[in-house]
Design a protein around this ligand. Structure first.
Ligand code: ATP
Ligand code: MG
Length: 257
């Protein structure tokens, strides 16, 4: 059975989408079958693959509001091992409607259940909030991956975030595993980053991935050509970081085929 991993954080701009895309792509390069679901109405997954409106027929919006079978919302990105489902939320009214339909917190879980047999991994990119869409993701997920930028405010916010996640999972998904914090956009030239990364490891011990994703311009440039960083510049530190993360995940000894 495949593993469903929600990539979540209440904080915006910490690298959730970048991680969801590049970790998915790196696992796909390693010939794991991966499905990537965009639960964020901002629709950054589709944007990162440079998909325009004419290329997206359906997305999670139709899955939630019209009960469209998930498979009909699969959108081709030309990669053999990676399938994606975009958000496809076009305006605020649709966003409100999707949030409303997501008040059934088990909706996504039910939708994804049959696909666990088909994929090695299903990643869910979450919006930067703990609203109904993220709760759907947490309810559906086997585990949670939380990107963290090593900044001053991060540590305090993380403690609070973990407490909220524990409360949510107690109610809706008691089996949720905390896969770990992922240090992203790490700049070793900044002394403070080093200190905060060290503190994070000290405070949260084993639930911090060994792999650290460096701040790297190739990572931020790759969406502009519609590619994951590994297909843009495989030798870049960002691509190497995400491939290493994929290996770490595969070696972490869970139930992958
Ligand atoms: N390792 C990295 N090196 C350089 N830039 C990065 C890296 N990771 C992410 N970025 C950039 O940081 C910005 C925020 O990243 P991203 O969109 O993945 O965050 P997010 O948590 O999904 O944001 P949101 O909360 O809005 O959904 C983007 O411009 C992205 O290109
Ligand atoms: Mg995002």
């Amino acid at each position: 059975m495949g593993e469903i991993i929600a990539v979540a954080s209440q904080k915006g701009g910490v690298g959730k989408t970048t991680t969801a895309i590049n970790l998915s792509a790196s696992l796909a390069i390693l010939e794991k079958r991966v499905l990537l679901i965009d639960m964020d109405p901002q629709g950054s997954v589709a944007a990162s693959f440079q998909l325009n409106e004419s290329q997206i027929k359906y997305g999670m919006y139709q899955v939630f509001t019209n009960n469209l079978p998930l498979i009909e919302a699969f959108t081709d990105i030309g990669l053999e091992y990676l399938d994606i489902v975009p958000a496809n939320v076009k305006n605020e009214a649709e966003e409100m409607e999707m949030f409303r339909q997501a008040m059934d917190f088990t909706h996504l879980k039910q939708v994804l259940e049959p696909f666990k047999k088909v994929y090695d991994f299903i990643f869910i990119d979450c919006p930067p909030s703990l609203g109904s869409l993220t709760i759907n993701a947490i309810t559906a997920a086997d585990s949670l991956l939380v990107p963290v930028q090593p900044e001053y405010y991060s540590l305090k916010a993380l403690g609070k975030f973990i407490r909220s996640i524990k409360n949510i999972s107690k109610k809706y998904n008691s089996g949720l595993e905390f896969k770990g914090f992922l240090i992203t956009m790490y700049d070793k030239r900044i002394k403070k980053s080093k200190e905060i990364a060290r503190e994070l490891r000290y405070s949260f011990k084993k639930i911090v991935f060994d792999t650290v994703i460096p701040r790297n311009s190739k990572v931020s440039e790759s969406p502009s050509v519609g590619k994951p960083v590994a297909l843009f510049d495989i030798t870049s530190p960002g691509a190497i970081g995400y491939l290493q993360l994929a290996e770490e995940l595969l070696n972490s000894g869970t139930n992958h085929r």
